[in-house]
Design a binder for this molecule. Structure first.
Ligand code: ADP
Length: 512
Protein backbone atom coordinates (compact mmCIF):
# COMPACT_ATOMS: atom_id res chain seq x y z
CA UNK A 1 0.00 0.00 0.00
CA UNK A 2 1.52 3.37 -1.04
CA UNK A 3 0.36 6.77 0.14
CA UNK A 4 -0.80 9.49 -2.27
CA UNK A 5 1.24 12.60 -3.06
CA UNK A 6 0.71 15.92 -1.28
CA UNK A 7 -1.44 17.39 -4.08
CA UNK A 8 -3.58 14.27 -4.20
CA UNK A 9 -3.79 14.38 -0.40
CA UNK A 10 -5.59 17.76 -0.64
CA UNK A 11 -8.14 16.28 -3.00
CA UNK A 12 -8.54 13.24 -0.80
CA UNK A 13 -9.15 15.27 2.34
CA UNK A 14 -11.77 17.27 0.40
CA UNK A 15 -13.52 14.04 -0.65
CA UNK A 16 -13.15 12.70 2.89
CA UNK A 17 -14.88 15.75 4.33
CA UNK A 18 -17.69 16.11 1.82
CA UNK A 19 -18.75 12.56 0.85
CA UNK A 20 -22.22 11.70 2.22
CA UNK A 21 -21.01 8.18 3.11
CA UNK A 22 -19.53 7.47 6.54
CA UNK A 23 -15.72 7.17 6.37
CA UNK A 24 -13.64 5.94 9.26
CA UNK A 25 -9.94 5.22 9.75
CA UNK A 26 -9.18 2.94 12.69
CA UNK A 27 -6.29 1.02 14.13
CA UNK A 28 -6.42 -2.77 13.78
CA UNK A 29 -4.60 -3.32 17.04
CA UNK A 30 -7.21 -1.82 19.37
CA UNK A 31 -9.99 -0.67 17.01
CA UNK A 32 -9.46 2.97 18.02
CA UNK A 33 -10.75 5.57 15.55
CA UNK A 34 -8.02 7.79 14.13
CA UNK A 35 -10.24 9.81 11.81
CA UNK A 36 -13.97 10.02 10.97
CA UNK A 37 -15.67 12.30 8.45
CA UNK A 38 -18.79 14.46 8.66
CA UNK A 39 -20.82 11.72 6.93
CA UNK A 40 -19.99 9.33 9.78
CA UNK A 41 -21.12 11.87 12.39
CA UNK A 42 -24.39 12.42 10.55
CA UNK A 43 -25.08 8.71 10.28
CA UNK A 44 -24.02 7.67 13.79
CA UNK A 45 -25.16 10.74 15.72
CA UNK A 46 -21.75 11.10 17.44
CA UNK A 47 -19.50 14.17 17.24
CA UNK A 48 -15.89 13.73 16.12
CA UNK A 49 -14.71 14.55 19.67
CA UNK A 50 -16.87 11.74 21.07
CA UNK A 51 -15.42 9.22 18.67
CA UNK A 52 -11.75 9.97 18.08
CA UNK A 53 -9.46 8.03 20.40
CA UNK A 54 -12.19 5.50 21.23
CA UNK A 55 -12.99 2.14 19.65
CA UNK A 56 -16.18 0.88 18.03
CA UNK A 57 -16.40 -1.69 20.83
CA UNK A 58 -16.32 0.99 23.48
CA UNK A 59 -18.99 2.97 21.63
CA UNK A 60 -20.99 -0.22 20.99
CA UNK A 61 -21.46 0.80 17.35
CA UNK A 62 -21.88 -2.72 15.93
CA UNK A 63 -25.30 -4.21 16.58
CA UNK A 64 -23.99 -7.76 16.56
CA UNK A 65 -20.48 -8.51 17.91
CA UNK A 66 -20.25 -11.75 15.87
CA UNK A 67 -21.04 -9.83 12.71
CA UNK A 68 -18.17 -7.46 13.47
CA UNK A 69 -15.75 -10.31 14.21
CA UNK A 70 -16.61 -12.09 10.95
CA UNK A 71 -16.16 -8.85 8.99
CA UNK A 72 -12.78 -8.06 10.56
CA UNK A 73 -11.56 -11.69 10.15
CA UNK A 74 -12.36 -11.66 6.43
CA UNK A 75 -10.78 -8.22 6.05
CA UNK A 76 -7.57 -9.36 7.74
CA UNK A 77 -7.54 -12.48 5.59
CA UNK A 78 -8.26 -10.81 2.20
CA UNK A 79 -7.13 -7.25 2.80
CA UNK A 80 -10.37 -5.93 1.37
CA UNK A 81 -14.19 -6.24 1.86
CA UNK A 82 -16.88 -4.91 -0.46
CA UNK A 83 -20.50 -4.00 0.24
CA UNK A 84 -20.97 -6.24 3.26
CA UNK A 85 -24.46 -5.90 4.74
CA UNK A 86 -23.95 -4.93 8.39
CA UNK A 87 -26.11 -3.64 11.23
CA UNK A 88 -25.02 -0.69 13.38
CA UNK A 89 -26.32 1.19 16.35
CA UNK A 90 -26.63 4.98 16.37
CA UNK A 91 -25.87 7.04 19.49
CA UNK A 92 -29.64 7.17 20.02
CA UNK A 93 -29.72 3.35 20.19
CA UNK A 94 -31.60 3.07 16.88
CA UNK A 95 -30.36 0.22 14.66
CA UNK A 96 -29.71 0.76 10.96
CA UNK A 97 -28.49 -1.27 8.00
CA UNK A 98 -25.41 -0.26 6.01
CA UNK A 99 -23.27 -1.52 3.19
CA UNK A 100 -19.72 -1.47 4.43
CA UNK A 101 -16.60 -1.60 2.25
CA UNK A 102 -13.15 -1.61 3.83
CA UNK A 103 -9.45 -1.90 2.98
CA UNK A 104 -6.37 -2.56 5.12
CA UNK A 105 -3.44 -0.18 4.87
CA UNK A 106 -0.21 0.56 6.66
CA UNK A 107 0.28 3.76 8.60
CA UNK A 108 3.60 4.34 10.35
CA UNK A 109 4.29 0.63 9.91
CA UNK A 110 1.05 -0.34 11.64
CA UNK A 111 -2.06 -1.89 9.97
CA UNK A 112 -5.12 0.36 9.84
CA UNK A 113 -8.61 -0.01 8.41
CA UNK A 114 -10.09 2.48 5.93
CA UNK A 115 -13.88 1.89 5.86
CA UNK A 116 -16.79 3.48 3.99
CA UNK A 117 -20.38 2.75 5.05
CA UNK A 118 -23.45 3.63 2.99
CA UNK A 119 -26.79 4.00 4.77
CA UNK A 120 -29.24 1.69 3.02
CA UNK A 121 -32.27 2.40 5.21
CA UNK A 122 -34.19 3.76 2.21
CA UNK A 123 -33.38 0.72 0.08
CA UNK A 124 -34.32 -1.61 2.95
CA UNK A 125 -37.59 0.23 3.51
CA UNK A 126 -38.45 0.06 -0.20
CA UNK A 127 -37.60 -3.64 -0.22
CA UNK A 128 -39.77 -4.25 2.86
CA UNK A 129 -42.62 -2.33 1.22
CA UNK A 130 -42.21 -4.39 -1.95
CA UNK A 131 -42.30 -7.59 0.09
CA UNK A 132 -45.44 -6.46 1.94
CA UNK A 133 -47.10 -5.47 -1.34
CA UNK A 134 -46.18 -8.76 -2.92
CA UNK A 135 -47.55 -10.70 0.08
CA UNK A 136 -50.78 -8.68 -0.13
CA UNK A 137 -51.05 -9.30 -3.85
CA UNK A 138 -50.51 -13.01 -3.33
CA UNK A 139 -53.21 -13.10 -0.62
CA UNK A 140 -55.56 -11.16 -2.90
CA UNK A 141 -55.00 -13.50 -5.83
CA UNK A 142 -55.34 -16.54 -3.56
CA UNK A 143 -58.74 -15.35 -2.30
CA UNK A 144 -60.03 -13.95 -5.58
CA UNK A 145 -63.20 -15.66 -6.81
CA UNK A 146 -61.80 -15.42 -10.36
CA UNK A 147 -59.33 -17.95 -11.68
CA UNK A 148 -55.85 -16.47 -12.17
CA UNK A 149 -52.97 -18.25 -13.90
CA UNK A 150 -49.55 -17.57 -15.34
CA UNK A 151 -48.45 -19.32 -18.53
CA UNK A 152 -45.27 -19.44 -20.54
CA UNK A 153 -45.50 -18.76 -24.26
CA UNK A 154 -46.09 -22.44 -25.05
CA UNK A 155 -49.21 -22.36 -22.85
CA UNK A 156 -47.76 -24.33 -19.93
CA UNK A 157 -49.33 -23.31 -16.63
CA UNK A 158 -46.59 -21.98 -14.32
CA UNK A 159 -48.85 -20.80 -11.50
CA UNK A 160 -52.54 -20.97 -10.64
CA UNK A 161 -54.65 -19.66 -7.78
CA UNK A 162 -57.07 -22.00 -5.95
CA UNK A 163 -60.08 -20.51 -7.79
CA UNK A 164 -58.52 -21.52 -11.13
CA UNK A 165 -58.16 -25.13 -10.00
CA UNK A 166 -61.70 -25.10 -8.55
CA UNK A 167 -63.14 -23.73 -11.79
CA UNK A 168 -61.93 -26.83 -13.61
CA UNK A 169 -62.64 -29.25 -10.74
CA UNK A 170 -58.96 -29.94 -9.88
CA UNK A 171 -57.03 -29.76 -6.60
CA UNK A 172 -55.10 -26.47 -6.09
CA UNK A 173 -51.87 -26.63 -8.07
CA UNK A 174 -52.86 -29.80 -9.93
CA UNK A 175 -52.94 -28.03 -13.27
CA UNK A 176 -49.44 -26.53 -12.90
CA UNK A 177 -47.19 -27.99 -15.57
CA UNK A 178 -50.09 -28.91 -17.88
CA UNK A 179 -50.97 -27.02 -21.06
CA UNK A 180 -53.78 -24.46 -20.73
CA UNK A 181 -54.74 -24.99 -24.38
CA UNK A 182 -55.79 -28.58 -23.55
CA UNK A 183 -58.59 -27.12 -21.43
CA UNK A 184 -60.26 -25.64 -24.51
CA UNK A 185 -63.15 -27.65 -25.93
CA UNK A 186 -62.44 -26.62 -29.53
CA UNK A 187 -58.85 -27.46 -30.50
CA UNK A 188 -59.07 -25.57 -33.80
CA UNK A 189 -59.95 -22.48 -31.81
CA UNK A 190 -56.94 -23.26 -29.59
CA UNK A 191 -54.48 -23.02 -32.49
CA UNK A 192 -56.10 -19.83 -33.81
CA UNK A 193 -55.89 -18.41 -30.30
CA UNK A 194 -52.14 -19.03 -29.98
CA UNK A 195 -51.61 -17.16 -33.24
CA UNK A 196 -53.83 -14.28 -32.06
CA UNK A 197 -52.11 -13.93 -28.68
CA UNK A 198 -48.61 -14.05 -30.15
CA UNK A 199 -49.32 -11.60 -32.97
CA UNK A 200 -51.31 -9.08 -30.96
CA UNK A 201 -49.89 -5.55 -31.37
CA UNK A 202 -47.67 -4.80 -28.32
CA UNK A 203 -47.79 -1.49 -26.44
CA UNK A 204 -44.80 0.77 -25.71
CA UNK A 205 -43.54 -1.63 -23.01
CA UNK A 206 -43.67 -4.56 -25.42
CA UNK A 207 -46.64 -6.09 -23.58
CA UNK A 208 -50.01 -6.86 -25.12
CA UNK A 209 -53.47 -7.75 -23.87
CA UNK A 210 -56.81 -9.12 -25.04
CA UNK A 211 -59.76 -11.25 -24.11
CA UNK A 212 -61.83 -14.10 -25.46
CA UNK A 213 -64.69 -16.33 -24.40
CA UNK A 214 -64.67 -20.06 -25.01
CA UNK A 215 -66.12 -23.36 -23.92
CA UNK A 216 -63.71 -25.26 -21.68
CA UNK A 217 -63.67 -28.79 -20.34
CA UNK A 218 -63.68 -29.55 -16.60
CA UNK A 219 -62.00 -32.59 -15.05
CA UNK A 220 -65.33 -34.47 -14.99
CA UNK A 221 -65.83 -33.75 -18.72
CA UNK A 222 -68.57 -31.16 -18.25
CA UNK A 223 -68.38 -27.94 -20.25
CA UNK A 224 -68.13 -24.42 -18.85
CA UNK A 225 -68.27 -21.11 -20.69
CA UNK A 226 -65.39 -18.91 -19.63
CA UNK A 227 -64.21 -15.38 -20.35
CA UNK A 228 -60.43 -15.01 -20.34
CA UNK A 229 -58.70 -11.63 -20.01
CA UNK A 230 -55.03 -12.11 -20.82
CA UNK A 231 -51.90 -9.98 -20.60
CA UNK A 232 -48.67 -10.96 -22.33
CA UNK A 233 -45.95 -9.34 -20.21
CA UNK A 234 -42.42 -8.84 -21.45
CA UNK A 235 -39.88 -7.67 -18.89
CA UNK A 236 -36.10 -7.40 -19.08
CA UNK A 237 -35.84 -9.55 -15.92
CA UNK A 238 -37.05 -12.82 -17.39
CA UNK A 239 -38.83 -14.69 -20.15
CA UNK A 240 -42.23 -13.35 -21.27
CA UNK A 241 -45.28 -14.76 -19.48
CA UNK A 242 -49.02 -14.60 -19.97
CA UNK A 243 -51.15 -13.69 -16.94
CA UNK A 244 -54.85 -14.46 -17.39
CA UNK A 245 -57.97 -13.84 -15.31
CA UNK A 246 -60.81 -16.30 -15.92
CA UNK A 247 -64.48 -15.53 -15.25
CA UNK A 248 -67.05 -18.30 -15.32
CA UNK A 249 -69.96 -17.15 -17.51
CA UNK A 250 -71.77 -20.50 -17.56
CA UNK A 251 -74.54 -19.46 -15.17
CA UNK A 252 -75.16 -16.08 -16.82
CA UNK A 253 -75.15 -17.61 -20.33
CA UNK A 254 -77.71 -20.17 -19.14
CA UNK A 255 -79.80 -17.47 -17.44
CA UNK A 256 -79.71 -15.36 -20.62
CA UNK A 257 -80.88 -18.33 -22.73
CA UNK A 258 -83.69 -18.96 -20.20
CA UNK A 259 -84.68 -15.29 -20.27
CA UNK A 260 -84.77 -15.29 -24.07
CA UNK A 261 -86.91 -18.42 -24.02
CA UNK A 262 -89.35 -16.81 -21.57
CA UNK A 263 -89.54 -13.61 -23.63
CA UNK A 264 -90.22 -15.63 -26.79
CA UNK A 265 -92.86 -17.66 -24.97
CA UNK A 266 -94.46 -14.52 -23.54
CA UNK A 267 -94.41 -12.73 -26.90
CA UNK A 268 -96.02 -15.75 -28.53
CA UNK A 269 -98.77 -16.11 -25.92
CA UNK A 270 -99.35 -12.31 -25.92
CA UNK A 271 -99.71 -12.45 -29.69
CA UNK A 272 -102.21 -15.28 -29.38
CA UNK A 273 -104.20 -13.40 -26.74
CA UNK A 274 -104.26 -10.31 -28.89
CA UNK A 275 -105.46 -12.27 -31.90
CA UNK A 276 -108.10 -13.82 -29.69
CA UNK A 277 -109.19 -10.38 -28.39
CA UNK A 278 -109.28 -9.08 -31.95
CA UNK A 279 -111.43 -11.96 -33.22
CA UNK A 280 -113.75 -11.80 -30.20
CA UNK A 281 -114.19 -8.03 -30.53
CA UNK A 282 -114.67 -8.29 -34.27
CA UNK A 283 -117.27 -11.07 -33.94
CA UNK A 284 -119.15 -9.23 -31.17
CA UNK A 285 -119.69 -6.12 -33.31
CA UNK A 286 -122.32 -7.74 -35.50
CA UNK A 287 -124.65 -9.07 -32.74
CA UNK A 288 -124.31 -5.76 -30.85
CA UNK A 289 -125.33 -3.87 -33.97
CA UNK A 290 -128.34 -6.21 -34.34
CA UNK A 291 -129.38 -5.62 -30.70
CA UNK A 292 -129.05 -1.83 -31.13
CA UNK A 293 -131.01 -1.66 -34.38
CA UNK A 294 -133.80 -3.98 -33.15
CA UNK A 295 -134.04 -1.92 -29.96
CA UNK A 296 -134.41 1.22 -32.07
CA UNK A 297 -137.04 -0.49 -34.22
CA UNK A 298 -138.99 -1.61 -31.15
CA UNK A 299 -138.75 1.85 -29.55
CA UNK A 300 -140.28 3.41 -32.69
CA UNK A 301 -143.14 0.83 -32.77
CA UNK A 302 -143.90 1.20 -29.08
CA UNK A 303 -143.78 4.98 -29.35
CA UNK A 304 -146.15 4.78 -32.32
CA UNK A 305 -148.52 2.57 -30.33
CA UNK A 306 -148.23 5.06 -27.45
CA UNK A 307 -147.18 2.39 -24.94
CA UNK A 308 -143.61 3.54 -24.26
CA UNK A 309 -144.29 5.17 -20.96
CA UNK A 310 -143.19 4.96 -17.34
CA UNK A 311 -141.21 1.88 -16.40
CA UNK A 312 -141.09 0.51 -19.96
CA UNK A 313 -139.43 3.71 -21.21
CA UNK A 314 -136.89 3.48 -18.42
CA UNK A 315 -136.15 -0.19 -19.21
CA UNK A 316 -135.65 0.77 -22.83
CA UNK A 317 -133.18 3.50 -21.88
CA UNK A 318 -131.15 0.90 -19.91
CA UNK A 319 -131.23 -1.50 -22.83
CA UNK A 320 -130.00 1.11 -25.30
CA UNK A 321 -127.27 2.58 -23.11
CA UNK A 322 -126.05 -0.94 -22.26
CA UNK A 323 -125.79 -1.79 -25.93
CA UNK A 324 -124.02 1.53 -26.65
CA UNK A 325 -121.49 0.86 -23.94
CA UNK A 326 -120.88 -2.66 -25.18
CA UNK A 327 -120.32 -1.25 -28.64
CA UNK A 328 -117.82 1.36 -27.29
CA UNK A 329 -115.86 -1.30 -25.38
CA UNK A 330 -115.68 -3.53 -28.44
CA UNK A 331 -114.59 -0.61 -30.67
CA UNK A 332 -111.82 0.36 -28.21
CA UNK A 333 -110.68 -3.23 -27.85
CA UNK A 334 -110.47 -3.49 -31.62
CA UNK A 335 -108.47 -0.25 -31.74
CA UNK A 336 -106.09 -1.65 -29.10
CA UNK A 337 -105.49 -4.94 -30.90
CA UNK A 338 -105.01 -3.17 -34.24
CA UNK A 339 -102.11 -1.07 -32.90
CA UNK A 340 -99.53 -3.61 -33.94
CA UNK A 341 -101.24 -5.02 -36.98
CA UNK A 342 -102.29 -1.80 -38.68
CA UNK A 343 -99.07 0.05 -37.90
CA UNK A 344 -97.56 2.06 -40.74
CA UNK A 345 -93.81 2.69 -41.17
CA UNK A 346 -92.39 5.66 -39.26
CA UNK A 347 -92.15 8.92 -41.25
CA UNK A 348 -91.86 12.64 -40.51
CA UNK A 349 -94.97 13.75 -38.65
CA UNK A 350 -95.70 17.36 -37.73
CA UNK A 351 -97.22 17.14 -34.25
CA UNK A 352 -98.54 20.71 -34.63
CA UNK A 353 -100.71 19.52 -37.54
CA UNK A 354 -101.75 16.42 -35.57
CA UNK A 355 -102.94 18.49 -32.59
CA UNK A 356 -104.76 20.92 -34.93
CA UNK A 357 -106.75 18.12 -36.56
CA UNK A 358 -107.58 16.57 -33.17
CA UNK A 359 -108.78 20.00 -32.02
CA UNK A 360 -110.97 20.19 -35.14
CA UNK A 361 -112.50 16.79 -34.42
CA UNK A 362 -113.21 17.89 -30.83
CA UNK A 363 -114.62 21.28 -31.92
CA UNK A 364 -118.12 20.42 -30.72
CA UNK A 365 -117.00 19.38 -27.22
CA UNK A 366 -114.73 22.42 -27.02
CA UNK A 367 -117.58 24.71 -27.99
CA UNK A 368 -120.09 23.04 -25.63
CA UNK A 369 -117.78 23.23 -22.60
CA UNK A 370 -116.33 26.63 -23.51
CA UNK A 371 -112.88 25.04 -23.08
CA UNK A 372 -109.61 26.70 -24.05
CA UNK A 373 -107.02 24.56 -25.84
CA UNK A 374 -103.63 26.26 -26.18
CA UNK A 375 -100.91 24.58 -28.24
CA UNK A 376 -97.42 26.07 -28.40
CA UNK A 377 -95.19 25.23 -31.41
CA UNK A 378 -94.73 21.47 -31.63
CA UNK A 379 -91.88 19.54 -33.30
CA UNK A 380 -91.77 17.29 -36.33
CA UNK A 381 -90.96 13.74 -35.21
CA UNK A 382 -90.41 10.33 -36.79
CA UNK A 383 -93.66 8.49 -36.06
CA UNK A 384 -96.66 6.52 -37.21
CA UNK A 385 -99.11 9.32 -38.10
CA UNK A 386 -102.45 7.54 -37.51
CA UNK A 387 -101.16 6.39 -34.12
CA UNK A 388 -100.07 9.92 -33.18
CA UNK A 389 -103.59 11.12 -34.10
CA UNK A 390 -105.09 8.41 -31.93
CA UNK A 391 -102.76 9.20 -29.00
CA UNK A 392 -103.45 12.96 -28.99
CA UNK A 393 -107.19 12.33 -29.59
CA UNK A 394 -107.32 10.15 -26.43
CA UNK A 395 -105.23 12.48 -24.27
CA UNK A 396 -107.10 15.65 -25.31
CA UNK A 397 -110.50 13.93 -24.93
CA UNK A 398 -109.53 12.87 -21.39
CA UNK A 399 -108.20 16.35 -20.58
CA UNK A 400 -111.55 17.86 -21.59
CA UNK A 401 -113.63 15.07 -20.04
CA UNK A 402 -112.10 14.70 -16.55
CA UNK A 403 -113.07 18.20 -15.43
CA UNK A 404 -115.06 19.17 -12.33
CA UNK A 405 -118.82 19.47 -12.87
CA UNK A 406 -118.74 22.89 -11.20
CA UNK A 407 -120.89 25.50 -12.92
CA UNK A 408 -118.76 28.25 -14.50
CA UNK A 409 -115.59 26.15 -14.52
CA UNK A 410 -113.65 26.66 -17.76
CA UNK A 411 -111.49 23.68 -18.85
CA UNK A 412 -108.02 24.80 -19.96
CA UNK A 413 -105.69 22.41 -21.78
CA UNK A 414 -102.09 23.34 -22.70
CA UNK A 415 -99.88 21.38 -25.08
CA UNK A 416 -96.17 22.26 -24.91
CA UNK A 417 -92.92 20.69 -26.11
CA UNK A 418 -89.31 20.76 -24.88
CA UNK A 419 -86.09 18.95 -25.74
CA UNK A 420 -85.24 16.18 -23.28
CA UNK A 421 -82.20 13.94 -23.77
CA UNK A 422 -82.07 12.77 -27.35
CA UNK A 423 -85.75 13.34 -27.97
CA UNK A 424 -88.81 15.51 -27.39
CA UNK A 425 -90.97 15.70 -24.28
CA UNK A 426 -94.54 16.79 -25.03
CA UNK A 427 -96.73 17.80 -22.10
CA UNK A 428 -100.54 17.77 -22.18
CA UNK A 429 -101.63 19.64 -19.05
CA UNK A 430 -105.19 20.21 -17.89
CA UNK A 431 -106.88 21.96 -14.96
CA UNK A 432 -109.19 19.02 -14.32
CA UNK A 433 -110.04 16.82 -11.33
CA UNK A 434 -106.53 15.34 -11.08
CA UNK A 435 -105.47 11.81 -10.11
CA UNK A 436 -104.30 10.36 -6.80
CA UNK A 437 -100.62 9.27 -7.33
CA UNK A 438 -101.48 5.79 -5.99
CA UNK A 439 -103.45 5.21 -9.24
CA UNK A 440 -100.70 6.35 -11.65
CA UNK A 441 -99.85 2.77 -12.67
CA UNK A 442 -103.40 1.51 -12.71
CA UNK A 443 -104.85 4.02 -15.17
CA UNK A 444 -102.53 2.81 -17.96
CA UNK A 445 -103.87 -0.77 -17.70
CA UNK A 446 -106.64 -2.13 -19.90
CA UNK A 447 -110.20 -1.54 -18.58
CA UNK A 448 -108.95 0.24 -15.43
CA UNK A 449 -111.09 3.26 -14.55
CA UNK A 450 -111.38 5.43 -11.47
CA UNK A 451 -114.96 6.57 -11.93
CA UNK A 452 -118.47 5.22 -12.45
CA UNK A 453 -120.21 5.64 -15.82
CA UNK A 454 -122.63 8.15 -14.33
CA UNK A 455 -119.88 10.58 -13.27
CA UNK A 456 -117.57 10.14 -16.22
CA UNK A 457 -118.40 7.69 -19.03
CA UNK A 458 -115.60 5.68 -20.64
CA UNK A 459 -114.19 2.21 -21.31
CA UNK A 460 -110.78 2.31 -19.60
CA UNK A 461 -108.89 1.47 -22.80
CA UNK A 462 -107.71 4.93 -23.98
CA UNK A 463 -104.55 5.31 -21.86
CA UNK A 464 -103.53 1.67 -22.43
CA UNK A 465 -103.63 2.46 -26.17
CA UNK A 466 -101.61 5.67 -25.64
CA UNK A 467 -98.88 3.98 -23.62
CA UNK A 468 -98.60 1.17 -26.15
CA UNK A 469 -98.22 3.69 -28.97
CA UNK A 470 -95.51 5.55 -27.01
CA UNK A 471 -93.63 2.31 -26.34
CA UNK A 472 -93.90 1.19 -29.95
CA UNK A 473 -92.11 4.45 -30.83
CA UNK A 474 -89.35 3.69 -28.30
CA UNK A 475 -90.78 6.41 -26.03
CA UNK A 476 -92.61 6.70 -22.71
CA UNK A 477 -95.90 8.07 -21.42
CA UNK A 478 -96.13 9.14 -17.79
CA UNK A 479 -98.40 11.28 -15.63
CA UNK A 480 -97.92 13.85 -12.88
CA UNK A 481 -100.95 14.93 -10.90
CA UNK A 482 -102.59 15.61 -7.56
CA UNK A 483 -106.33 15.31 -6.88
CA UNK A 484 -107.96 18.67 -7.59
CA UNK A 485 -104.81 20.15 -9.10
CA UNK A 486 -105.08 19.05 -12.74
CA UNK A 487 -103.00 16.44 -14.55
CA UNK A 488 -100.02 16.58 -16.86
CA UNK A 489 -99.43 13.66 -19.22
CA UNK A 490 -95.88 13.58 -20.57
CA UNK A 491 -95.07 11.86 -23.84
CA UNK A 492 -91.38 11.40 -24.58
CA UNK A 493 -90.37 10.42 -28.11
CA UNK A 494 -86.79 9.65 -29.17
CA UNK A 495 -85.30 11.36 -32.24
CA UNK A 496 -84.57 7.94 -33.63
CA UNK A 497 -87.38 5.47 -33.01
CA UNK A 498 -86.44 1.79 -32.94
CA UNK A 499 -86.38 -0.22 -36.12
CA UNK A 500 -89.42 -2.45 -35.74
CA UNK A 501 -88.65 -5.97 -36.73
CA UNK A 502 -90.72 -9.08 -36.27
CA UNK A 503 -94.00 -7.29 -35.62
CA UNK A 504 -96.97 -9.55 -35.45
CA UNK A 505 -98.40 -10.45 -38.82
CA UNK A 506 -101.97 -9.18 -39.35
CA UNK A 507 -104.48 -11.41 -37.57
CA UNK A 508 -106.46 -13.78 -39.75
CA UNK A 509 -109.55 -11.98 -40.97
CA UNK A 510 -112.57 -13.54 -39.29
CA UNK A 511 -115.30 -14.69 -41.66
CA UNK A 512 -117.81 -11.89 -42.17
P1 ADP B 1 -111.44 6.08 -20.04
O1 ADP B 1 -111.20 7.54 -20.16
O2 ADP B 1 -112.18 5.49 -21.17
O3 ADP B 1 -111.96 5.68 -18.70
P2 ADP B 1 -108.58 5.89 -20.09
O4 ADP B 1 -107.70 4.71 -20.19
O5 ADP B 1 -108.41 6.97 -21.09
O6 ADP B 1 -110.04 5.34 -20.11
O7 ADP B 1 -108.40 6.51 -18.66
C1 ADP B 1 -108.36 5.66 -17.52
C2 ADP B 1 -108.72 6.45 -16.28
O8 ADP B 1 -107.71 7.43 -16.00
C3 ADP B 1 -109.95 7.27 -16.42
O9 ADP B 1 -111.09 6.50 -16.13
C4 ADP B 1 -109.75 8.40 -15.42
O10 ADP B 1 -110.12 7.95 -14.13
C5 ADP B 1 -108.27 8.59 -15.42
N1 ADP B 1 -107.87 9.73 -16.27
C6 ADP B 1 -107.44 9.70 -17.55
N2 ADP B 1 -107.14 10.93 -17.99
C7 ADP B 1 -107.38 11.78 -16.97
C8 ADP B 1 -107.23 13.19 -16.78
N3 ADP B 1 -106.80 13.98 -17.75
N4 ADP B 1 -107.56 13.71 -15.57
C9 ADP B 1 -108.01 12.92 -14.57
N5 ADP B 1 -108.15 11.57 -14.68
C10 ADP B 1 -107.83 11.01 -15.86
Amino acid sequence: MSFPTAADADLLSLAFATTPGAITVSRVRDGVYIAVNHGFCELSGYTQAEVLGRSSLELDIWYDGDERRRFVDRLLRDGVQRNALCRFRRKSGEVFYGHMSARLFDRDGEPHIFAVTQDIAEIMRAQEQAEISEARLRALVAHLPHGVRELDLSGTILLENPAHARLFGYRPGELVGTCALDLLADQEFASRLVERVLTQEPDSTGSSAGSYTADMVRKDGSLIHVRVDWNLLRSPDGPPTIISVLTDLTASVRAEAERRRYVEELTRSNGELERYAYIAAHDLREPIRTVTSYAQLMRRRLEKDGVLTGETAELFDYLESGARRMSDVVDDLLAYSRLQTEAVPFASVDLGVVVESVQASLARTIAETGAEVQASPLPVVMADEPQMLQLFQNLLTNALRYQPHTPGHVPVVKVTAARQGNGWSIAIADNGIGIDPQFFDRIFKLFQRLHGQRDYPGTGVGLAICRRIAERHGGTLTVESQPGAGSTFRLWLPDEPPVLVGEEPPPPQPPS
